[in-house]
Design a protein around this ligand. Structure first.
Ligand code: PLP
Ligand code: ZN
Length: 406
């Protein structure tokens, strides 16, 4: 790591220090000496790496001392060939990158492993996060592993799993009557008042570095040939921005060529600020009023990284599209029964989106398509239980109890 650079005004910032946003409001991106890495770290070095987590890419991660790393085994998730679903939707080469197998059941583990490791390295003791749910679970777990104090602010109606995980990991949880954007405001105020460190997506520059490893890993798993299209369920859009950054870094190191997949941002009909901006041809998004979807991770009405997400979508000749809750839950149930993959609704939205873009001819049936399932369906039992009801209201409290004759 050489320095950080503002993604909007290109101003430089010193490495090895805590930062939030640039004065211009732009998120900061970490920069590395890629020219040096080009000679010192060939991609073949990875085949000798014994590290079976995202930390195998440590030379392009911001940590300077190995003993700062806080790892629960994040990354190196499977890339699965989805034969039956592919045949049904007309995609002969359909792959699912299953991020549901990460610690705390979502890809958020990658970003928070990296951010918490940097907190350890830079001496931060108390942190706070606004979250749509899964980032809160991951932050709580990594804070517990690092012995840090974590303050979580999330919407009152997050999935039950997220709430219980955070409590069990020992975090201080505040449920907010509002959306992640309201939580973000509260966190900013409390951090100012209490001296906590704000780990909001993109306001903190190291989470994205962890998330970008999804791009490194995909390239490595595909023997350094990127696919034709990547479908990503975009809430904050950080995973997509991170992968786009990873591809540029890999090209600079001579690991891949200039070709890029079409980057396809998938949102929910009930909250689609990126899709609207894409269709209107604007550089930034506008606040989406009345955001509502079962895919809670996509309920981000005004993503901070909207410009960067839209840039990746447009530069790659990709597109942005929205899927209804009904269609994404249908897709989730079908993916489970066809492939044995129990996806988060966010990930399942990608299946429905791919089906539509193949039907409309945006993608050809022989193209290699990768869908990101960003989380496990096990974290969304309330959403799935609508499809598979098995008890009357009031019986729910008997679940998980001792099995006794009634
Ligand atoms: C399961 C899941 N998928 C996707 C997202 C959106 O992530 P990103 O901020 O990278 O767009 C989230 C965010 O909460 C999530 O929990
Ligand atoms: Zn700036």
């Amino acid at each position: 790591m050489t320095h950080l650079e503002c993604s909007l005004c290109s101003r430089n910032f010193e490495a090895g220090r805590l930062w939030n946003l640039c004065e211009c409001g732009g998120p900061l991106l970490v920069r590395y000496d890629l020219t040096r890495l080009r000679t010192e770290w060939p991609r073949t070095a990875l085949s000798h790496s014994a590290v079976n987590s995202m930390w195998r890419y440590a030379p392009v991660l911001p940590i300077r001392h190995r003993n700062s790393i806080v790892s629960l085994g994040e990354g190196m998730t499977p890339l699965l060939l989805a034969r039956r679903t592919g045949a049904r939707i007309g995609a002969a080469d359909l792959l699912v990158k299953d991020e549901g197998l990460n610690p705390t059941g979502s890809f958020k583990a990658r970003g928070l492993s990296c951010a918490i490791s940097m907190c350890v390295e830079l001496g931060v003791k108390i942190i706070a996060i606004p979250s749509a749910g899964n980032a809160a679970s991951a932050l709580s777990a990594y804070a517990a592993a690092a012995g840090l104090e974590a303050h979580i602010f999330m919407p009152r109606d997050v999935p039950q799993a997220n709430f219980i995980e955070c409590k069990a990991y020992g975090a201080h949880v505040t449920l907010v009557d509002g959306l992640i954007s309201d939580c973000g405001r509260i966190v900013a105020e409390r951090c100012r008042a209490e001296g906590w460190f704000d780990i909001s997506t993109l306001k903190e520059p190291y989470r994205i570095e962890g998330k970008k490893t999804m791009g490194y890993e995909l390239a490595e798993q595909l023997d350094w040939n990127l696919p034709d299209a990547i479908f990503y369920p975009a809430g904050g859009g950080v995973g997509m921005i991170g992968m786009w950054k990873a591809f540029a870094e890999m090209e600079a190191m001579g690991w891949i060529g200039p070709g890029r997949p079409k980057m396809i941002a998938v949102q929910a009909e009930g909250c689609q600020p990126i899709v609207r901006a894409f269709e209107e041809g604007t550089e930034a998004s506008r606040y989406w009023d009345g955001a509502s979807t079962v895919a809670s991770g996509l309920r981000v009405p005004k993503p901070l990284g909207d410009r960067l997400t839209l840039r990746a979508v447009r530069e790659s000749a990709g597109c942005a599209l929205a899927v209804s809750d009904r269609d994404l839950m249908d897709a989730a149930v079908r993916l489970a029964s066809e492939e044995g993959i129990f996806a988060a609704p966010e990930g399942a939205a990608c299946v429905a989106a791919a089906e539509r873009l193949i039907r409309e001819g945006f993608l050809g049936s022989s193209q290699r398509i990768v869908l990101y399932n960003t989380g496990s369906g096990l974290k969304y039992l309330e959403a799935y239980s609508v499809r598979f009801p098995r008890m009357a209201a009031g019986d729910a409290d008997k679940l998980g109890g001792l099995i006794t004759p009634r």
